[in-house]
Design a protein around this ligand. Structure first.
Ligand SMILES: C[S@@+](CC[C@H](N)C(=O)[O-])C[C@H]1O[C@@H](n2cnc3c(N)ncnc32)[C@H](O)[C@@H]1O
Length: 283
């Protein structure tokens, strides 16, 4: 079979299974299997071998069960860096790049020796990306999941920043003991209301770790807990960047206003115009 027919066959099967970006995903699977850039895969197609065809069909079968693309190929891009992902970690989302964007706009001097804490590190995207941008910064990254931390450690080695990140298996709902205080705390905590899990896409609810999604109670319990407990680990004038759910702005602002620790705070919108990230400065 020539690769173009294989690609078209993939598009048809993905469409039948209700995958919206069928053309994009079929071409990405083909590029992954042939190990060529996606930009050139349909322009310059080699002949597909039986091995290529078998791999391609197996990937399409898995995608048709709504297994996320990133888990099938085992990696996901974040801030133009490639990260290993497994079903033990949340697939990094573009909206989380908002934390990197705002962090970079505040700390413009890249050689500042910042001490940064990441709460709920998952695949490690936040500290690892920041470590590549800030060569003098050091990081403490924590997660309750030992399996997630294994993936994060591996990613830190892939990006050659492992010497500057300490990974700790810690439950951030328990009292935290750290060297700190830190210059900056970043966090993308779980913030989904578990009662709404049934409304999430199959790809998310059936495949991504519920530990990474479940914000407990009505979805705001973990954010609430972290906003109360993290400031003690921040230096005066230190910065907190935290992702929240698109519908949690009002509650977050009310809470920030009521707490004595935060001098300034603002909820920033993502590129889709949704309020997604708290930036607060400790007084
Ligand atoms: C939304 S994910 C974020 C992962 C990663 N920072 C990212 O942005 O892709 C939240 C992470 O918090 C971790 N987590 C959940 N509950 C926790 C707890 N009680 N203590 C520490 N980590 C927890 C999960 O294992 C998960 O890796």
């Amino acid at each position: 079979m020539d690769c173009l027919s294989l690609y078209q066959n993939g598009v048809d099967r993905l469409l039948e299974c209700g995958i919206a970006d069928a053309e994009l995903e079929s071409s990405l699977f083909l590029a992954f299997i042939l190990d060529v850039p996606r930009s050139s895969v349909l322009l310059n197609l080699p002949r597909c071998t039986k091995k290529h065809i078998d791999f391609f069909n197996a990937y399409i079968d898995r995608r048709c069960q709504h297994e996320p693309f990133a888990y099938i190929v085992g990696c996901q891009e974040f801030w133009s860096l490639e990260f290993k992902v497994t079903p033990d970690v949340l697939i990094p989302r573009p909206e989380t790049e908002l934390i990197i964007e705002h962090f970079s706009s505040i700390f413009t001097e890249k050689n500042t020796p910042l001490q940064v804490l990441d709460c709920g590190t998952g695949s490690g995207v936040l500290p690892i990306t920041l470590a590549t941008l800030y060569p003098q910064a050091t990081f403490t990254a924590l997660d309750v999941s030992a399996k997630a931390l294994r993936v994060a450690r591996e990613n830190s080695k892939l990006h050659q920043v492992s010497e500057r990140i300490v990974f700790n298996q810690v439950d951030f709902r328990q009292p935290l003991e750290f060297d700190g205080p830190f210059d900056v705390i970043v966090s993308n905590p779980p913030y989904v209301d578990p009662a709404t899990f049934a409304e999430l896409q199959d790809d998310v609810v059936h495949f991504e770790p519920h530990l990474a999604l479940d914000g407990k109670g009505d979805g705001f319990v973990i954010v609430d807990h972290l906003l109360h407990t993290l400031p003690v680990h921040l230096k005066d004038g230190g910065h907190l960047f935290m992702e929240i759910g698109f519908d949690q702005q009002q509650r977050a602002e009310e809470l920030l206003r009521s707490l004595p620790f935060y001098g300034q705070y603002k909820v920033h919108k993502d590129h889709a115009g949704l309020p997604r990230m708290i930036h607060a400065v400790k007084v």
